[in-house]
Design a protein around this ligand. Structure first.
Ligand code: CU
Length: 255
């Protein structure tokens, strides 16, 4: 399914929005926490502003050079009202899609667009998450999980309602932005759809892992639309094996 950034045909628009989603729930200790309790709330795509069922919030982004690609649309505006979840290093966390607990909702809460999902951490300077946008020089993002292909023809997270991963056991203790990105690479130039959200977490643990020499990412900044991991025919129409897919960004840090 293709996505248009402008509502050219109303019928198409309805179909397309049925496929969108956002990661509003953090999963901690195997429980799904409330919408936007630990995840920064986001603004609406103006095209869908004021529509029911948060269509404006779940609408994808297309511009990898936008500051909204860091944590979602206008997410920094929610920094002071986002709570911080205590998390023990070595434990499993997850992001769950908006309203996946309500099966009565008109659209399916699954990762409907085929593509990879990746998880990043960036430590808040001075432990002040409320003052940390995750954007610019002070943000040093390192990748802790990358979900690409499950087989030659299937993406690992396709049609799942959550993405689960482990915080490396030796991650230095402290307050972090935890970022999820899921996107649909396309063969149409600069048409990759992005779903991005960030949670506030306080990592507790013995630490000891070294990030010295790690090639930190910047959002925006590190991703290039010319990267074959973003702009290719890897989506469903592709004949190429997904096993050959290489995700953008630095290596996964294992602690
Ligand atoms: Cu779409």
């Amino acid at each position: 399914m293709k996505c248009t950034s402008f509502p050219v045909v109303a019928a198409l628009l309805v179909l397309e929005t049925s496929a969108h989603y956002m990661f509003s729930h953090l999963i901690v200790n195997q429980s799904t926490t409330p919408d936007f309790k630990y995840v920064r709330d986001v603004g609406e795509d103006p095209v869908f502003a004021g529509t029911a069922d948060s269509l404006g919030k779940i609408a994808p982004q297309f511009n990898i050079d936008s500051i909204d690609i860091t944590c979602g649309r206008s997410a920094f505006a929610s920094a002071t009202k986002t709570q911080t979840a205590d998390v023990v290093a070595g434990s499993e966390l997850g992001f769950r899609l908006y309203d996946s607990m309500n099966p009565a909702r008109a659209y399916p809460a699954t990762i409907f667009h085929p593509g990879p999902a990746q998880i990043y951490l960036s430590k808040a300077p001075n432990g002040e998450l409320e003052n940390f946008s995750g954007i610019g020089e002070e943000a040093e993002w390192f990748k802790i999980a990358s979900f690409t292909s499950a087989s030659e023809t299937e993406w690992a997270t396709y049609q799942k309602d959550s993405v689960n991963f482990t915080i490396p056991e030796t991650t230095p203790a402290g307050k972090y932005l935890l970022r999820i990105e899921q996107f649909m690479p396309t063969s149409s130039f600069n048409y990759t759809q992005w779903y991005v959200n960030c949670a506030h977490i306080n990592i507790i643990g013995r630490g000891g892992g070294s990030l010295q020499g790690y090639d930190f990412a910047k959002f925006p900044g590190s991703y290039d639309i010319m990267d074959p991991g973003l702009w290719i025919g890897w989506a469903q129409e592709s004949q190429t094996s997904l096993s050959d897919y290489i995700a953008p960004g630095p290596a996964v840090w294992k602690g």
